[in-house]
Unconditional design. Structure first.
Length: 81
């Protein structure tokens, strides 16, 4: 799993979600991953391309693919150019 900063946008979203009463298992279900993977994301891990799209969709754009992959989004999703 590629690493990002543990204070990056995805980790910050997960922290905010759980600080406001949400549980990691809910995110895991919505994103199609297991709860351990959510913990990895919170520690700075990055999702694969399919899950990144799902995250962007389910967060209503609060966490975007461009934010998660600031230097490589254009290579992964050229349709966003």
């Amino acid at each position: 799993m590629k690493k990002s900063s543990p204070d990056g946008p995805l980790a910050a979203y997960i922290k905010s979600y759980t600080d406001n009463g949400g549980i990691q298992a809910e995110l895991a279900t919505a994103w199609g991953v297991n709860q351990g993977t959510i913990s990895q994301y919170q520690s700075g891990g990055l999702p694969g391309v399919v899950v990144a799209v799902r995250i962007e969709q389910t967060t209503g754009g609060k966490v975007t693919r461009k934010q998660m992959f600031p230097t490589s989004w254009h290579l992964k999703w050229p349709d966003l150019l």
